[in-house]
Structure formats: C-alpha cells, structure tokens
Design a protein around this ligand. Sequence first.
Ligand code: NAD
Ligand code: UD1
Length: 316
Amino acid sequence: MNNYLITGGAGFIGSTLANHLSNENSVIVIDDLSMGKEENLFKCSNLKFIKGSVTDEKLMEDILSNNKFDYIFHLAAIASVADSVERPVETHQINFESVLMLLELIRKYQKDLKRLVFSSSAAVYGDEPALPKKEESVIRPLTPYAVDKFAAEQYVLDYNHLYGVKTSAVRFFNVYGPNQNPESPYSGVISILVARYKKMQNGEEAQFTLFGDGSQSRDFVFVEDVIQALLLVATKEEALGRQFNVGTGNALTLNDLISVIDEALGINLRVKYEAERDGDIKDSVADISRLMSLGYKPNFSVQDGMKKYLVSEKLI
Ligand code: NAD
Ligand code: UD1
C-alpha cells in the first residue's frame, strides 16, 4: 500500500490513474473541477477528493506538510494548446508557476518521496520536420502551452540533478479514451468527435468543425497504455531524472481517424472545414524506444482503442 497524490486527478488521465491505483493504495486527488468531474472518480474509501487549485499555496502547503507521499503525479494543467494562445497569462500560472511551487514544497516536506512524475507534452517539439520525435530532437515550442510545459519539465528534472528530488517527466502525445471531457471547444479532438457521433446516433443534427484540411497527423495513444507508461516511469530506477515520450509510434491524419470511426459505427460524419488554428502542429509522431527500454509495449492500435472507447460510450 503506497500513498499517492494526483493533481488534476478528476480529469481525464488523472481519474483513470486514480481509479486504477485506488484498488490497492491510498490516493489523494486535488482538482479545481474546471475540466474534471468528481463523478469520474470511483467512490472508495482509499480515495480522497479535495476540491481546490494547485495555485493555492496555502492549500498545497497543507496537503504536502500533512501527508507523507510515496508518489506524486502532477497532471493538473490547462491542457489545451489553443486555450493557452487565448489566455497566456492565466494558463502560465497553472501550467508553469504551480509546478515550481510544488517542487519547492516537495523539497521542504517530502524527503522520502519515491518519485514526482510531471506531465509534459509532445507540443514541446513544435513543427520541427524531423519525424518521429525523439527525446533528444530539437525543441521548438510554438505556443504558451508548449513553452510552459518545456520550462516546467526542465525545472522538474533539474530538481533531481540539483537537489536530489526524485523526478521524471513524460511527454504525452495525443491521449484519448473514456472520461475525456468534450464540453469545451478546446477539448481533445477525439472526445469532440465522439460527442458529435453520439448526437448523430440519437438522430440529432450534428456537424464537426475541422480546423485545416484534415491532413494534420497525430500519434493517438489510448489512455490505458498511458497508465502503463506512467507506472513504469514512476517505479523504474532508470527513469530517474529523465523524460519519456508516451505514444504508440504510429500516426494517423484527422481525415483517416474520421474514416476509422465512420467505419466502426456505419455513419458518415458531416464535416465542415475551417482555417487551421494558430500555433497548430502539422505532424506529430513519437519515437518510443526510450520508453520501451523500461518495458513498455503499447497494447492498443487506434482501431482497438476506439472500439473500447465507443463501447464504453454505448455507441456500439
Ligand atoms: P484534463 O483537462 O482532463 O485534466 C486536467 C485536470 O486538471 C482537469 O481535471 C482540471 O479540472 C484540472 N485543473 C486545471 N486547472 C487546475 C488548477 N488550477 N488546480 C487544480 N486542478 C486543475 O486533461 P488531461 O488530458 O487529463 O491532461 C492531464 C495532463 O496531461 C495535463 O497536464 C496535460 O497538459 C497533459 N497532457 C495531456 C495530453 C492529452 O492528449 N490529453 C497530451 C499531453 C499532455
Ligand atoms: C493535444 C492535447 C495537448 C497535448 C498535445 C500533445 C488536449 C485538449 N490537447 O493537443 O494537451 O499537449 O496533444 O500532442 O488534450 N481539431 C479540429 N476540430 C476540433 C478540435 C480540434 O479540427 O473541434 C484539430 C486541431 O486543430 C488539431 C487536431 O485536431 O489539428 C488535434 O487537436 P487537439 O485534440 O486539441 O490536440 P493537440 O492540439 O494536438
């Protein structure tokens, strides 16, 4: 039985991780519910939910000084690239400043922490044309989100090198699966697509707005593979002080993704094409050899992951 803190733990990836861990461990989740939902979390005596912001220094100090954690996963963030372009100052406070504050609190109060895992992003690579992206590829952050993720990730790893805090970072590619909130225009594209298909299946009018011509590509990784990666990175000695790409190693264009879902559901989605978003990346695919060296093996192709997701949404 280990003690875990998961910030952003009522969100998509965080709630999946919290539910997985709470079977056999004690888990504290902090989330301000700006995107997450309390009902994403299993009701279970091992799992305690605290509603609050990671930018609230007093609250964070209370949590870090009154508990002894084995592992901390820092997942709280404004996850939308486009939102950071709209609101660079607000997103910086959450995506960067909260990280530095958390590192200082860990240094002060969590001497026995086995690992802090920070959720960085494939966005740090920007539009560097060399593919697939390796951890040592050129970093070219194009948006406030990507700048903050890269700076925060470097602080997290430097706290290992400078102060001996046990840290690692993961650069998630495009994660999808159950519990991803589709309600914001800035939500992950697959959650928005699934919401549109749901409407169509219910006989309602629905149309998906595609920003660009649909030839942009992403490495879409199913959330269960991401949980596998997070647990390996948190527990393997070789992961200490390092960052890891988390993806599948394969990319799909948005047009092809829509064809995959059309085919699985026997529906033709109505698509309206609009101008591409500022700061949008054209192509993104992960080299996952570093993560595989820890024992990672992705178990879900997009076809398999989408099928599981669509079943959980009762679409098939
Ligand atoms: P999400 O929006 O579902 O989860 C983030 C959670 O943080 C939400 O529940 C939200 O309510 C919470 N949150 C936001 N601001 C907060 C604050 N000030 N205090 C406390 N909680 C706050 O997104 P996700 O997809 O689960 O992303 C988790 C992490 O992984 C984020 O750091 C995101 O940047 C990163 N990431 C996600 C992806 C992806 O494809 N989903 C890819 C790369 C990186
Ligand atoms: C996503 C994640 C980000 C992560 C990054 C890593 C979210 C919200 N974003 O960003 O946290 O760091 O992957 O690779 O989880 N699109 C449409 N129509 C829509 C919505 C999106 O066409 O309604 C397009 C976008 O313009 C983009 C693509 O779909 O070209 C993917 O968008 P999105 O899901 O927001 O992902 P990223 O921007 O790649």
